[in-house]
Design a binder for this molecule. Sequence first.
Ligand code: ATP
Length: 256
Amino acid sequence: MTEISREHPRYESLITREKIVEGVRIGITSKQGLVAQGRGEAFDYLIGERTTESAAFAERAAVAHMLLATKLIISVNGNTAALVPENLVALADVTGATLEVNLFHRSDARIHKIAEHLKSRGAGKVLGCKGDKRLDLSHDRAIVDEEGIFNADVVLVPLEDGDRCQKLVEMGKTVISIDLNPLSRTSLSSTVSIIDNVTRALQNMTQFAKDMKHDSRQSLRDVIVSYDNNKVISDALYAIQERLKLQAGERGIQWI
Ligand code: ATP
């Protein structure tokens, strides 16, 4: 990987970029994944490259759902495998989730490579290789494992396609997404929409899960009942607007 100085003002963002490029180089991330990362970076810039209070609220609600789940799956694609493999494993460990590899640009070789990559970072069982069930969708993200996503009641889908997210919700599942675009179909259709960078979100969620793990089921339910997903999306749009105003003001541009 290219050497990047810690003093660089965009250090975190550049490191993330390098990890995705490395993911493509070793064959776990698709080239299209590079473009998706670019879109994410643009939204992260607009949000201010920080976890907003509202995103933290969504992360806590997501963890409450995860800790109450009967069958919990974390869906892994090529981008998350390259960016945050250790964080996926840590969150799965603390919440009792199973990881399932699920790819838009699917090939058996890439699925196995990602599963091995996760295992080398400490993952136990990794699903996704069987692909013995199909959701009612025209692309390959439809292919899932019966013992995994197909039968799960709660699914965490970091960086999901909008149409699969809608399909999982239609199937009656609780769907938690992580997507920096508050207006993507994914964010608009999820049960809990975490509008944060996957690199920050998974770390926060792991800490929340450690903190909340011994809470009573009733207090976890209370977190869920007090959660309003529409408000979280609206707060993200407001945060973007306020950040743009601030940035414009600092550069002498009048906000009309
Ligand atoms: P949808 O199908 O939900 O309308 P889309 O077509 O915009 O979404 P894709 O191109 O499938 O989305 O996936 C990219 C999405 O992932 C974008 O919304 C982008 O903001 C988001 N994204 C990319 N990288 C990250 C990241 N590191 N953290 C969080 N979100 C990210």
